[in-house]
Each structure stands twice: as structure tokens, then as C-alpha cells.
Design a binder for this molecule. Sequence first.
Ligand SMILES: *Cc1c(COP(=O)(O)O)cnc(C)c1O
Length: 473
Amino acid sequence: MKYISTRGQSPGLQFSEILLGGLAPDGGLYLPESYPQFSDADLTGMRGMNYAELAFAILSRLIDDIPAADLKAIIDKTYTAEVYSFTRAGQNAADITPTVKLEENLYLLSLSNGPTLAFKDMAMQLLGNLFEYVLAKTGKTTNILGATSGDTGSAAEYAMRGKKGVRVFMLSPHKKMSRFQTAQMFSLQDDNIFNIAVNGVFDDCQDMVKAVSNDAEFKAKYKIGAVNSINWGRIVAQVVYYFKGYFAVTTNNAQKVDFSVPSGNFGNVCAGHIARMMGLPIDKLIVATNENDVLDEFFKTGIYRPRGSANTYHTSSPSMDISKASNFERFVFDLVGKDSARVRELWASVDAGGAFDIKQLMPKLAEYGFVSGSSNHANRMATIRETKAKYGVVIDTHTADGLKVALELRDKKIPMVVLETALPAKFEDALVEALGEVPPRPASLQGIEDLSQKFTVMDADAGAIKDFIVKNT
Ligand SMILES: *Cc1c(COP(=O)(O)O)cnc(C)c1O
């Protein structure tokens, strides 16, 4: 299986060759040259599989440069009940992604039972084990440099802690994350994890990462790697839980299912699109946004108009506060019939700060099952309250965005699965505002804010982070 770039001007590569990097050299994103297909008989065979078996059945069709037995061992070690232990009452941790039935044909898919209470663990934990394996095989090491406003950084650190050959340098805006998120990251004492609190905002952190990445000589010498949301390894890992969710709410393959996905960088819902392209009977894929509704505008009008970080709202579902959805290009590549010249043309205008209009492709958008909606702070608060009152279930603000739009666009005859992208404990302040009470927190995370913290404060200066990397490698 070769991976090709959406911009069509980079050589095709194997999975292990694209695993540690980000963008293709031509600025595009990697995709498999074709999507493997699962037949009706395949789906029937997969129906009874547990999560790790399902992951192997899917990933082994997309990864052919890691021996099957090794891939299986990596997957088996990643998806265990011990790692995904933060279940709700009545859930079985061995299901890895159990469902919650709210009412007939309305479900949550719990993706946030992993160590950092957000769905990003689902993919990042696999990436940690894949990185360690590929680095050991090639005798290489990597220094992962990233910027985070909360969820990505903690998921990356928990996945990479203690991994041989990997160091993580994670920049975050000093005193701007929640106390819980800060404690999650800064309480890690592992020698290979470096938390850097930057005097500035998230964009300053991101600018520092970009400046280092643009220094090709430094990047090569210090083997700077990334685990941001365009990493193909993360996308492919997320394809699996769409299959798991589908089988959990259906009894035969003639049934279709709708999924509602709280979206930011379009990584999660892009995995749903890929699952659908591989033959999973998905009817609708709902792209749910918050006030940062660039994608909602696109799916309603065919006009894609990113707003730039200066025009990004800070909301109570902060992990969806994205101005330019970095994975969106993957879907548009399929939408324009894999015409990479067309993709280059469209992104020439996006990269220059502009927009594009592909209204004429609106009928095709519907063929791919995409629909969309958005919500605001008041909607989130109301949805959290109503979900607790009606079903006795407490959800977080991001999941509330997904559920709000799902309820608007729902066909009650078709099972609707809302992806639960974080547990409420992660966003305590917003939950207290909605419900007047502190959301339940797993016992082992009680008092995490009181643990001793390891971090370095730094000014927003690319030279300073370079010096720090040099000193610590
Ligand atoms: C990252 C994140 C999202 C957005 O996911 P994308 O893959 O970027 O679309 C939604 N909710 C939570 C809680 C997240 O951490």
C-alpha cells in the first residue's frame, strides 16, 4: 500500500515512512492511493470482533510494511481495559469504546475512557507504540515538538511517556490552560517529557513550532517530529471506532447508521468519511461545530472561507476553536475526484488567506453523506442540562455540540451515534455553570492538582526553544 499526497507532487511512500512526519514535501496531506473495501461478508465476519481484533482487521489492510504478527502485538498492547479504564457506571472497560443508550435509536459512543479523558487518546496511544516500534527497527530517535491549548498535548504526553527513542517538547500558554489540564501534563515526571510554559497565548506557541520547523537544518539535525492532527497514523486509528460503534447499534449490515461528530480540525469526521469509503454502511456524517462555524458554512453553501486565528472565537468547547481545519483537504481531494491539480489550485487561494467556492459540487457532498450544524454557548448549556434531566447522563461541552446538532438533523428511524469526545470532568468550570455542581471525576484523578509539577517557563522566542532542545538531547 502506497501513500500519496493530496497535492500530487511528492513520491508515494510506505506507512512507516510517513508515520513520523507531518505534511508531504509538496505541502499536501497523505492518503492511501486507494481505500481497501470491506464486503458484506467481511462485515459479517467483523461483527463479533472485540476492539483489538477489529483494529487489526482494518489496520492490516492499510499497513503492509509492518509484519502482521508485530502489528497485532502493537494493537493488542494498545487497546486494553487497563488503558481505557475511566468508564461510566455500568460500562465494560473491555469494550474500549462502549456505547450509552439515551433512548431508542440515540446513542453516545464513549471515546474518552483513556488516560486523558478525551478521544485523542484512542489514536495517540497507538501512535506511541507505533513510534517506539518503528524507531527501534530503524535505530533512529525523534524529538517531538508541539503546541497545545490542552487536549492534544496531554494525549501526546501520556502516549509517549517512557517510550524509547522519543522525547516530547510540548509548548503551552503559561497559566492559560484549565487547572486540571495543567496538572495532567505538568505532573508527569518522566525523563523524556518536557513541559514548556510560554509567556504568551496559544498562537505564540504555534509560531515557535513553525519557526523551528522552517529551519530545515535544525529540524534535520535534531530530528524534530510532530504528532499534530494531520498525522495519518492518528486518522487511521480513528477509523476503527466507527466500525465498533456501527456494530454496537445494529444487528445486520442492511441497517444504516448516522454519526454526529464534534469537529475542529476535521480529523475525527475525516476518519468517518474513510470508514464509509471502505464500505461501512453509514448514512449521514454530521459535522457539528461551535461558534467557529467555517465548516458548517462550507457544508451548507459549498464556500470554504477560513477566518484566520485573529478571528477565532474562544468558546466553552475550546478544543473545537479552530479557524482552519487542517484535515479538510483530505476530504476535498476525494470530493474533486482525486484531482491533485484542482486541490493545488483551491489551496493556493486558502494559503494566501483567501477562500474557495465549489458550489457546483453540492450534489456530490450529499452523496458522501455530509450534513452540518453549529451551536453556541447557550445551546451547550441547555443541552447539558436537558441531557442530565432527561437521561440522567452528564456530558461535556464538546459532546453537547454534537448532540445538539444530532437532535436537529435526526431521522428517528435510523440509529444516531453521537461521538463523546471528552468526559465532563475535563471541563469543570463550564459544567458547574451548566449544572451548578462539579462533574464526577475518576477516583484516581482526585487531587491531581496537588501533585508536584515539572515545567520550564520560557519567553515566546524560537531561539529559546532551540537552545532548550539542544541542551536536553
Ligand atoms: C480535538 C477535539 C475535538 C475536535 O476533533 P477534530 O479531529 O480536530 O475535528 C473535539 N472535541 C474534543 C474534546 C477534542 O479534544
